[in-house]
Design a protein around this ligand. Structure first.
Ligand code: NAP
Length: 485
């Protein structure tokens, strides 16, 4: 298994520096000559710190090179002569003269499809392999999670036919292929330089691939977990759960599984068995409807954020309830307390259920007053219009609206004048110190960050999946570091 970091720098000297840094995680680097404005091949290759692939992508193949095709061919051949370990040439261009001039084991013949994984992928790969190139590379956009299965099937065929194949799915939905691809038989997987720009959609920074996903130790016996939702671009769950599995010393990996719907997820899961699944927006209700059995919390809230494997199928849990209560249990006694919940969406249901389960006298206020009243009525709470908030008395205020979330960090759901209780709990966790919590702290009101709930619900998921509490310091550190970034 090889990790290749694709280098996207605009000067020769920066590309050499970046290549040196990349080799802390990678086995080889891909020097993207098309990004380098002052391309000095002799210097670039004389100073190469390790094995390199050189390529000069044209615009039609997703690159920046806009010179002549003859010039592109000459530059590739010169790079091979100057010692590039591999040259990558596209199947859609002049690969024949490259194969005539460069030893075939040093030629990567590549195919890119930025729209989809084509239905004729196997025959494309067969035609590419028939060229005699030493390595065949295919990168095609995944539009749904199950598109990864086409990549897995292609890799299995490649292994059976002794084709040295690198195959991956681009895009957020294709991340599984970047992490599990080597296990499925891919000769190599691509990553981007930590802190650098990716050269393709869905590339994971090399440090994350190695240190968080622990790709070098993934094997047949590795248990696969993941979070299902859409979009998952900003999900912190992979960081936190991978840290927990590493701290447990468990052979397990946790992936972002960006899917089209639950059917898409379950199609993927039928071929890539998952040991546990986190479910997030917008699939919590659908996951509830499809679970074989439900916990009381999942049943009562109508939402599932965790699937646990049972003998008969997926058992649905809602760990948002426990995650929300965990930081409160340490600080206060909820029975008889007056709690006011802002917002009446999906998260509010878990919060109102949690508060009522502990005997808190609960009110809900939302800009859609009917929604607030409906939600409140379901759990024996009181519903109010947003304008009533200044007239309501509360000990604990809980924000379940997304107001204040990155990037609109200056927003607060309510002004400082409306804050007059003892505790404010904001479910928003990015940033950790929201504007609302800052306003509360200025008035001497105790503040609880949504980061604590996020951690709490993930700890409960770990407990449900593994049967024991995880070392939560590792999870906390991973969360702090991800939020810090
Ligand atoms: P949701 O289902 O979309 O509900 C959002 C609620 O906020 C709705 O009632 C919505 O009102 C209301 N709202 C939105 N913008 C508003 C505004 N400008 N002023 C007043 N009300 C507004 O979302 P959700 O799933 O409940 O999630 C809500 C937030 O909680 C998100 O930021 C999410 O990241 C966070 N969360 C955190 C954790 C954690 O572990 N810390 C867990 C779950 C959720 P309308 O119905 O009128 O649009």
């Amino acid at each position: 298994m090889k990790i290749c970091v694709a280098i996207r720098e605009s000067s020769t000297s920066d590309a050499v520096d970046a290549a040196c840094r990349a080799l802390a995680w990678a086995d080889l680097v891909e020097l993207r000559g098309d990004y380098i404005r002052d391309l000095d091949l002799p210097r670039l290759l004389a100073d190469k710190p390790g094995p390199v692939i050189f390529t000069l992508r044209s615009r039609s193949e997703g690159g920046e090179f806009d010179g002549s095709e003859r010039g592109r061919l000459e530059t590739l051949l010169e790079a091979a002569q100057l010692g590039a370990d591999y040259v990558d040439v596209e199947f859609s261009s002049f690969w024949k003269p490259v194969l005539e001039a460069v030893p075939r084991e040093r030629v990567i013949l590549s195919y890119h499809n930025f729209e989809r994984v084509p239905p004729d992928l196997p025959s494309v790969i067969d035609s590419m392999a028939a060229s005699g190139a030493g390595i065949v590379k295919v990168a095609a956009r995944a539009n749904r999670l199950s598109d990864n299965l086409e990549i897995a099937a292609a890799l299995r065929r490649g292994t059976e036919s002794n084709i040295r194949l690198c195959a991956l799915a681009m895009g957020r939905a294709g991340i599984a292929s970047r992490v599990l691809g080597p296990l499925w038989g891919s000769w190599m997987t691509y990553a981007c330089l930590p802190g650098g720009a990716p050269t393709a959609d869905g590339q994971i920074p090399a440090d994350e691939l190695v240190d968080s996903y622990r790709i070098r130790s993934i094997g047949e016996s590795t248990a696969v977990y993941g979070v299902a939702g859409r979009p998952l671009e900003h999900s912190l769950s992979p960081r936190v759960h991978n840290a927990a599995f590493a701290a447990r010393g468990m052979d397990a990996v946790y992936l972002p599984l960006e899917c089209d719907d639950m059917d898409d997820l379950l199609r993927f899961e039928a071929q890539v068995p998952l040991q546990g699944i986190s479910v997030t927006i917008p699939y919590k209700e659908e996951a509830h409807a499809r679970a074989r059995s439900l916990s009381v919390e999942a049943d009562q809230t109508g939402a599932v954020n965790t699937y646990v494997r049972s003998g008969t199928g997926w058992h649905g849990e809602n760990t948002d309830v426990d995650g929300f209560l965990r930081p409160l249990r340490r600080r206060l006694h909820l029975a008889g307390m007056r709690a006011l919940v802002l917002g009446a969406g999906g998260a509010a249901r878990a919060i109102v259920f949690a508060l009522r389960s502990q005997g808190a006298l609960t009110s809900v206020a939302a800009r859609n007053a009917d929604r607030a009243r409906d939600l409140a009525a379901r759990f024996g709470a009181e519903g109010h219009a947003w304008a009533e908030i200044p007239h309501l008395d509360w000990d604990l205020l809980v924000n379940t609206t997304p107001v204040g979330m990155h990037p609109r960090v200056e927003d607060s759901p309510v002004p400082a004048e409306w804050l007059k209780g003892k505790w404010v709990y904001d479910l928003v966790y990015n940033p950790k110190q929201t504007r609302l919590l800052q306003l509360a702290a200025k008035k001497g009101i105790s503040a609880i960050s949504g980061a604590e709930m996020f951690l709490g619900q993930a700890i409960k998921q770990q407990q449900l999946w593994c049967g024991s509490l995880p070392p939560d310091n590792a999870m906390r550190d991973a969360l702090e570091s991800a939020l810090g970034k």
